[in-house]
Design a protein around this ligand. Structure first.
Ligand SMILES: Cc1cc2nc3c(=O)[nH]c(=O)nc-3n(C[C@H](O)[C@H](O)[C@H](O)COP(=O)(O)OP(=O)(O)OC[C@H]3O[C@@H](n4cnc5c(N)ncnc54)[C@H](O)[C@@H]3O)c2cc1C
Length: 508
């Protein structure tokens, strides 16, 4: 989107940083600098992050608070190298930008567009405000692989199914090359008063204990160093497809999500590095698969933009009205890792201890909440929103829509059997034992089904099911069958086609 306005005074350009805390491949920064006017970068600590969700927690938890604080510190350092300050303000975003218009002669605001409902509402409100004052707003695609204007369809026409989306976009649309850090930058002479760099406690509404430091370090320099290690030094990208379903370790998947979510790294830069690796070292299914995952990220962003607030509704993108249970006890057992199903519990404790969970574990825990406990999926999404360092509205709520069966994937009642998943992806029980030390004594054959431990072994190993570790809170197949009935009723009530069952294959 170009800016076609005339500047009558030596004004400043506001560069509104959002989920794009970097200077490399930053189209908004690059374009703002091209105007030849002084650029004032601003970041707003938003009030809404401290508001409480139905899950009983605020929206920005301790791990992300640490990561964000560190990322802002890194950004401030990088901007300083360019000779630019970073102004930090606190409050409601559009109101704060509006205040700045009264304090400074602002020629234009540059920013990257963000696709989810609240961010879109901010953009609309800002546009109205700026239009009324004759000030230009330049919103560009800076945080996705593809630019909407390069696609073979408009944002409203993006195909509903991922496969259709992928098949059409891959052959027809080029991913733009990453942009360099701008070489000519003008700093503003006048800098209004702002807040100091926040620490985690300022960002998070709840008390933040020191142990909640995320495993990865926030900021673009740390992101670039990790990418270099993952792709070029370890060459883990060359085996990604085989290892990506792992649960334990640090290199089985790229671990780029935290940096991508806050924009410390652009997906285009990651894509560019993978393509270079393919050209210079090797190209295989794994290198392609990582690109597919980045495409999933784009797809969820586009779905968020297309469906607006429906992404956050109980009946989801496909409007399936399922009668979710409001069961605080079951929800608490799930949150705290006390369901009696080791893979679910270990993963939920991992989330609270590290701020991260693998994709496989997110699917299994999400399935358990919605397909076994039948608890409203939005509570789960809100819990993830609070705890995940890599929380991103479109990826989180988009994936939860899928997991809950209210997304647009058309695959019906998706159900993950936690015992089978555990035995497949954690056959020795190393992952569950790491986060559930109370299962340490159990041999692999029983580590995912401790309630079946024979009496003689219970005595030898000193492990009595249901004492130090809870007995299962539900029967896995019975509860899934019940959930499927509720799901099918939702399909009928919502006038949807019938789906096939994914539970049948587990019934002997
Ligand atoms: C219930 C649920 C909630 C989720 N919430 C989030 C979230 O809030 N933020 C988030 O970034 N991802 C989310 N995901 C997607 C996925 O689990 C994480 O992106 C992935 O586990 C991060 O690890 P990684 O960086 O090693 O990923 P890799 O497997 O190495 O993938 C590379 C990158 O591709 C993107 N990606 C991979 N899988 C997906 C996917 N299914 N959807 C969207 N993007 C994807 C991520 O940016 C990721 O960093 C969620 C998945 C589920 C099932």
């Amino acid at each position: 989107m170009g800016v076609s306005c005339h500047f009558y005074r030596m004004e400043v350009v506001l560069l509104w940083f959002r989920a794009d805390l970097r200077v490399q491949d930053h189209p908004a920064l690059y374009r703002a600098c091209q105007l030849g006017l002084p650029v004032l970068p601003v970041f707003i600590l938003e009030d809404r992050w401290r508001s409480r969700s139905e899950a009983g927690v605020s929206r920005l938890g301790p791990f992300r608070a640490h990561f964000l604080a560190r990322s802002l510190e890194a950004l401030q350092g990088q901007l300083a190298q360019l000779g630019l300050p970073l102004l930090i303000r606190q409050g409601e975003a559009v109101a704060q930008l509006s205040r700045l218009l009264d304090e400074l002669p602002v020629a234009a605001i540059y920013a990257h567009t963000e696709p989810a409902w609240e961010e879109q509402q901010q953009e609309k409100a800002l546009k109205q405000l700026l239009d009324a004052r004759g000030i230009a707003l330049d919103l560009s695609d800076g945080n996705s692989l593809y630019n909407v204007e390069d696609m073979p369809y408009t944002a409203g026409q993006v195909p509903e199914l991922f496969t259709h989306f992928r098949k059409k976009i891959e052959p027809s649309t080029l991913v733009r090359s990453p942009l360099p850090v701008p070489s000519f930058v003008l700093a503003p002479e006048q800098i209004p008063a702002g807040c100091p760099l926040p620490d985690a406690q300022v960002l998070c509404a709840e008390y933040v204990p020191e142990r909640h430091i995320p495993e990865q370090t926030g900021g673009e320099p740390a992101a670039l160093a990790w990418l270099q290690e993952y792709i070029w030094e370890r060459q883990a990208v060359a085996t990604y497809k085989d290892t990506r379903n792992g649960l334990m370790g640090t290199h089985f998947s790229s671990r780029l999500s935290e940096w991508l979510a806050l924009g410390c790294l652009s997906p285009r830069y990651v894509y560019d590095q993978v393509r270079r690796y393919e050209h210079e070292r090797q190209k295989n299914e794994s290198t392609y698969w990582l690109q597919i995952e980045l495409l999933w990220r784009d797809y969820f962003r586009l779905m968020a933009r297309k469906h607006g607030r429906h992404l956050f509704g109980a009946d989801g993108l496909s409007r399936v009205p399922i009668a979710w249970k409001a069961d605080p006890l079951a929800f608490r057992q799930w949150c705290q890792g006390l369901t009696g199903y080791p893979l679910v519990d270990a993963a939920m404790r991992q989330l609270m201890q590290t701020g991260w969970m693998s994709n496989r574990a997110r699917q299994v825990t999400g399935s358990f909440l919605t397909k076994n406990l039948q608890v409203d999926w939005r509570w789960g999404a809100q819990w993830f929103e609070y705890w995940l360092t890599d929380y991103a509205p479109s990826s989180n709520y988009g994936n939860w829509n899928y997991v809950a069966g209210v997304g647009n994937d058309g695959s019906g009642f998706r159900f993950f059997h936690p015992v089978k998943q555990g035995e497949t992806y954690d056959p020795q029980g190393l992952f569950v034992k790491h986060f559930l030390p109370e299962l340490e004594a159990l041999p692999p054959a029983w580590v995912h089904r401790p309630w079946e431990l024979p009496g003689n072994l219970q005595r030898t190993l000193g492990f009595a099911p249901g004492t130090r570790y809870p007995a299962p809170v539900v029967d896995i197949l019975e509860s899934a069958r019940e959930a499927e009935v509720a799901y099918k009723k939702g399909l009928v009530d919502g006038n949807h086609k019938k789906s096939y069952s994914r539970i049948r294959k587990f019934v002997k």
